[in-house]
Design a protein around this ligand. Sequence first.
Ligand code: ZN
Length: 494
Amino acid sequence: MQLYKTQNLIVYNSLTSTKEPFQPINEGHVGMYVCGPTVYSNVHLGNCRTFMSFDMIFRYLRHLGYKVRYVRNITDAGHLEDDLDEGEDKIAKKARLEQIEPMEVVQRYTVDFHNILQKFNFLPPSIEPTATGHIIEQIEIIKDILDKGYAYEINGSVYFDVKKFNEAFEYGKLSGRKLEDMISNTRELTAQDEKKSPQDFALWKKAEPQHIMRWPSPWGDGFPGWHLECTAMSTKYLGERFDIHGGGMDLKFPHHECEIAQAEASNGQAPVKYWLHANMLTLNGKKMAKSTGNNILPDEIFSGDNTILSKAFSPSVVRFFMMQAHYTSILDLSNEALLASEKGYQRLMEAVNDLNKLNTDSTSDFDVKAWKQKCYDAMNDDFNTPILIANLFEGVKHINLIKEGKEKISSEDLRLLNESMTGFVFDVLGLENKNDSGKDMEKLTGVVDLLIKLRNEARANKDFGTSDKIRDQLAALGIQLKDSKEGTTFSMSG
Ligand SMILES: [Zn+2]
């Protein structure tokens, strides 16, 4: 029997702002759509956290025995620099600045995105569609919305008529905004604006002659609005109504609100049963932003090549750190927090490794069954990974007591403990038991520190032949030394 029949999962639905029992539309099957990255730069660590939250949710739903179709798109066109349908396409801008084809930008950063996610041990989604691969579907939806009277064409662009939509449906229900308030709080339209109202949004934008990313349409050459691709791809692969739509909190408005409006205008029904939103990641208490320098890339954490952290941290440690917070809470990344997570991760892995070495007895002092259900209860409560991890450490405590001979466990309970521990640690949380992340890394750091010391002694003795040899041969191994007033530090690539 599938686990979902005995485990009662409850999810926090952003649409109703309440926790609701999770009952998929078709029993045993789950359709889940998550807004993917716009591939015009290296994937942001904050975005990694969002995608990791949904990777964990995908893993747990599968663990419960659901057949999950997980669709996560790649935005490779149509995402403009601001949310007001103005500015340049983010990908086209990067291509113009670097004098390369837009699809070269897309290819480069799609590869980067996949590389980083693989390092973090993500499961691939069932389908990963692209916006440019679904232009025809997007044009069909625009035609449909125009036919139904919820959009208008002007000068080769098509806009969604929010006021008209709000008369028949309700615009703003996901973000809890009222159209009247939005209207009184926004600027007046200027003379060059084509829209009837500032709340209207583009379904199709006319391409100016210099715009490289363009497709033919009934309204002339142009490109689709950003919100439309998600409606087109989710409808195509999951149907007009599906179970879960996920994304970052920042996408709730306007992106997800517009998705709901487009789908309702076109199909007449709400597209999504459960809206799930993941919260953001801050760095040293502040919002991460490239412009302020308060920013770090995943690879800079793995290599240690950064000015924010004291050492390198493995992807599994970073993953463990992220899983220690609930996906709807803000999480702050700092050196201290990562150091603490690294210790916790190592303690957990040591206990998992010890599981195979424990002696068994005829009876147990540890109620494994009750403990196991506590682990499920945590995950069933809107995927509460921090509580799950607290329970796993309860398990670690018992493993250590059994190892020291202070507690007993039966062979049947040990089998159950082993199965549950590894199931939650590896299948659900997606952690990896890698040697290079813990003690081996410590040893390597010790060896490099020793070589740095020897190099400093050589330099003090004016033996530059030896000091250069140490630096160059370490560089050949991918270990870079950096000299500064405070001393010599190193970073590793690859
Ligand atoms: Zn989307």
